[in-house]
Structure formats: structure tokens, C-alpha cells
Design a protein around this ligand. Sequence first.
Ligand SMILES: NC(=O)C1=CN([C@@H]2O[C@H](COP(=O)(O)OP(=O)(O)OC[C@H]3O[C@@H](n4cnc5c(N)ncnc54)[C@H](OP(=O)(O)O)[C@@H]3O)[C@@H](O)[C@H]2O)C=CC1
Ligand SMILES: Nc1nc(=O)c2c([nH]1)NC[C@@H]1CN(c3ccc(C(=O)N[C@@H](CCC(=O)O)C(=O)O)cc3)C=[N+]21
Length: 290
Amino acid sequence: MQVLDGKALAQTIKEELKAEVDAIRQAGGKIPHLAAVLVGDDPASQVYVRNKVRSCEEVGFRSTLIRRPATITQEELLSVVEELNADPDVDGFIVQLPLPGHLDEEAINLAIHPRKDVDGFTPVNVGRMTLGLEAYLPATPNGIMVLLERYGIETSGKEVVVLGRSNIVGTPMTILLSRKSNPGNATVTLCHSRTKDLAEHCRRADILVAAIGIPEMVTADMVKEGAVIVDVGINRVEDASRKRGYRLAGDVNYDDVKGKVSAITPVPGGVGPMTIVSLMMNTLKASKVK
Ligand SMILES: NC(=O)C1=CN([C@@H]2O[C@H](COP(=O)(O)OP(=O)(O)OC[C@H]3O[C@@H](n4cnc5c(N)ncnc54)[C@H](OP(=O)(O)O)[C@@H]3O)[C@@H](O)[C@H]2O)C=CC1
Ligand SMILES: Nc1nc(=O)c2c([nH]1)NC[C@@H]1CN(c3ccc(C(=O)N[C@@H](CCC(=O)O)C(=O)O)cc3)C=[N+]21
């Protein structure tokens, strides 16, 4: 069984990015600058945003964290977005999700200029990706594509089952895996909460991508012998034996499936670090746009 070590691969890619930033600095070029907007104090969001800022610093990017209280109004948040759209030094930015319930996520997303949309969530980028045009690809699905590619996991002609149809993970994952390129060329099934007999679909998968948000839902009886498992889930589960009082669990029961599968991404240390590195690759790309 092969562990698909996203953390180690992300480290390698960060070193490649650092070398490129060093060369840009030598040549007097534009240093990539990522901004992140964090509204409220959701503990998980704080961890992700901190990881993003730290990773930027590691590779020599500029980074700006914009924090606003959970009580911010829609208008105030829209004006933060407008300022970032207009700031010539900021190459790309993200608005960390989820937003507090009184804010309209869709309207905020629509306000982000597509050229600075390094999350790849705006209609222009989603449309361009779907048409196979140059675009900012969403960080998590693209990070998974890079992981599969660098680990030499064949996707062409394979049966892939994706669990979860969110706009940020499941749906774009199916688009990237089914497109006519390498990696890609897979036959993809998308499952969600209305899917009948989920386990049966899962058992047909050569590659199973789980992005549902239910801790350890996928068990050994649901996977095919020799399957490749990509576990996107990041769930906090209570654990009194840990100092923090919780541990992180994926959507897949790792210990249960590990004897049956050929490769699997761990949680943590799998897809999460690849998401961050993929966001940085988008930011570097954005910094090169004239
Ligand atoms: N590693 C990383 O970089 C990232 C990790 N995540 C993690 O991935 C997980 C998924 O996140 P996200 O995509 O935002 O999820 P969402 O909560 O937006 O969507 C969950 C999806 O799972 C489906 N679903 C829920 N319950 C079931 C069920 N019992 N059977 C089948 N399908 C079900 C939902 O179906 P329906 O549409 O019918 O409601 C929905 O499509 C979370 O654990 C999240 O923390 C997320 C982003 C990045
Ligand atoms: N606008 C927006 N863009 C996002 O890309 C976005 C978002 N909102 N909201 C939430 C999800 C989640 N997400 C993760 C990023 C990094 C880790 C990560 O670094 N994980 C590490 C450690 C996690 C930890 O220690 O808690 C790991 O898996 O090894 C996880 C999850 C990005 N998301």
C-alpha cells in the first residue's frame, strides 16, 4: 500500500516555487502577492488561513491577511473586495469560506475580479475550466490532479467515483478528471446525498475521491480491492486523549481500508497541503499577467 504523501510533495513544489521567486527577485520582477480575507473567528478557517500565510512566507511571496469581525455587513465586505480588485500590488486574493450566515456568499464571489480569482470560484474561471481554456483552477481539485500526476497514478480509462458535489471540490473534480488530457480521460460518476446505493457505486471505483464532510464514512466494505483513495475530508472529531481535545479525521476510515487499497492520501498530510500549494501556483501565475 502506497501512502500518497501530499505534505512531502507540497514541500517539493514549494521549493520549486521558491527558486522561481528568487529568480524573479534577482531580475527585479513582480513578487507574487496573495491576500486572504477572513471574516469571523471560525477555528478551522483560522488554521487554513494561517497555513496559507505561512506557506507564502516560506516561498518568498508577499501575503496580506485581512481580518474582519463576524458582524461585518454585506456592503462593508463588498468594499473590501473592491479594494483588493483595485489594488495593483495584490495579484490574487481569496475570501475564506464559509462566511457567517447573514452574508451572501454568491454575491461576494461574483464581485471578485476573475483575474484575481486565485480560488477559481468565479463564473468566468469555472466556465473557462469547463471549456478547457486557460483558467485559474480551483485549488483542491487541481491539487489532487497534481498529486495523481506526480505519483504516476493512471486516470485514463479508469472508473472514478467522486463523493460530494460542492462547487469548490466535488463538481470541479469531475470536470478535471473527465477532460481530454493527462491526467484526465477518466469515466466519472458523481454521487451526493440523493444517490441510491452509494456503497455499490463506490465498490466499482478504481479511484475514489471522497469529499462529503462525514468523518470516516467510507469503510472497507465500500472499496474495491486495489483501489486508489483520495480523501478530501477534514473533520474534527472529539478525542479526549489529545491535548487539543480533538483529532482530524477524513471522510474515509483509513485504518479500515488500508489493507485493501493500493494507495491512499492520509488526513492530515494528504490533500490539504496540496490545496495550499495549488493556490500558490495560481498566485504566481496571476503575478505574471500584464
Ligand atoms: N483538503 C482540503 O483542501 C479541503 C477539504 N475540504 C473538506 O472536504 C469535505 C467536503 O467539503 P465540501 O466539498 O466543501 O462539502 P459540502 O458540505 O459543501 O458538500 C458536501 C457534499 O456531500 C454530499 N453528502 C452529504 N452527505 C452525504 C451522504 N450521506 N451521502 C452522499 N453524499 C453526501 C452533499 O450532497 P448534497 O449536494 O445532496 O447536499 C454535498 O454534495 C469537508 O470535510 C471539508 O472540510 C473542503 C475543501 C478543501
Ligand atoms: N475561499 C476558500 N478557499 C479554500 O480553498 C477553502 C475555503 N475557502 N474554505 C475552507 C476550505 C478548506 N481548505 C483547506 C485548506 C488547507 C488545509 C490544510 O492545510 N490541511 C492540513 C492541516 C490541517 C490542520 O492541521 O487543521 C492537512 O490536511 O494536512 C485544509 C483545508 C481550503 N478551503
